[in-house]
Design a protein around this ligand. Sequence first.
Ligand code: MV4
Length: 464
Amino acid sequence: MTSASNQQPVTSNFSMFKKILIANRGEIALRVIRTCKEMDIKTVAVYSTADKESLHVRFADEAVCIGDAPSKNSYLNIPRIISAAEITNADAIHPGYGFLSENAEFSSVCHEYGIKFIGPTPEMIHAMGDKSTAKATMIKAGVPCIPGSDGLLESMEQGMKIAKEIKYPVIVKATAGGGGKGMRIINDESEFKKAWDDAKREAGAAFGNDGLYLEKFVEEPRHIEIQVVGDQYGKVCHLSERDCSIQRRHQKLVEETPSPIVSQELREKMGEAAIKGAKAINYEGAGTIEFLVDKHGDFYFMEMNTRIQVEHPITEEVTNYDLIKEQIKVAAGVPISGKNYFPMLFSMECRINAEDPGNGFRPSPGRIVNLHTPGGHGVRVDSHVYAGYTIPPNYDSMIGKLIVTGQSREEVITRMRRALSEFIIEGVKTTIPFHLKLMDNPTFRSGKFTTKFLETSFDFSDLK
Ligand code: MV4
């Protein structure tokens, strides 16, 4: 009866942070500040000289300039960010996404300085950052994975032998990769040597690690990811899926939940698999398990992201769950209930980027001379821009996220079209014309599309 593991954690045995430093910029910095205000937690913004006029600087309680525009001098500069936390007496750091959010050294340095990192431990980053190790961990945990090599390939000949056994097409992937770099599809044995050499060279140059592993190539999959949250006491819950199949060159453009191809049965199976995977690495905080789903509805682990993601708001909208608030709470030691969350509504996000969709999505930084953002029932805009704001050329080109929620997928698409048509952004090119066209595309509207849809079946030519 006294076994500690059978006891509920003591809920009063934690203290909430008093001041959080946000080691990021743009909309995600604002997003974190908003939740902190509602939790009565003080905030510290850090900013580069390029971001002096940004809203995250204005809305935070305190702001510290940490360097000039290049990220390595500011948002990627660990000593400067730690100094800013020290001089302002912040007791935690929220890293947002990108920048240092999955940097094991930063996580470790925060710990050394007695600052709680609201994100993964170095161990979790290492466990998931090396893709071949991550896959081995998932296989051991009983999470379905794509057949292929057991870990890293020792030679090209070993790769060719495995490919013959599991049959072509296969794919070689960089163990240090993710997001498509150092990855090659191989259709038959004659293509093997070139693909092997190219992938090795690309991986070595990009990551300083040319380790490769091999898998059966899954043709025309859907990209479905499961949101999870774990606490410090070993409990993990899931918040169902997001469908991120609308991508171009590994850049997501639209995400939605629930997925048009995921049944309640599949959702529960994928949710349980994601929880098993997260528990296998004692995961704490918010994370995402990415799966490929093939045409038979079979799903396979692909990668785990140990951060809050750009597209988190659609999950918030359909589950009525503030993911940033839960990240902060679990980091402070508050236990979760352990119950899973299922979508009660439909939600979709369009990424509004300062890019020209009629010209290969070429970045279009510059000054926003005129701005009107949509509103009304079921419409949320997460953005840091205002009329007169200049989008600097140094960082990503996101202007904001338009998140629309409704009772059905059809209602969401109709509402999205309405909201997109209310957007006025003058001074820079944006992805809005692309989104408007997508909302009218019959294949998109049918819900039956794969990750190849934009690149093979979408006509960008009249967006010029
Ligand atoms: C795959 C695959 C097919 N089969 N693995 C793309 C980035 C990286 N996360 C893994 N990726 C893929 N891995 C096997 N065994 C197809 C892709 C892929 C992809 C995945 C999700 C969304 C868009 C994609 C676009 C191209 C390729």
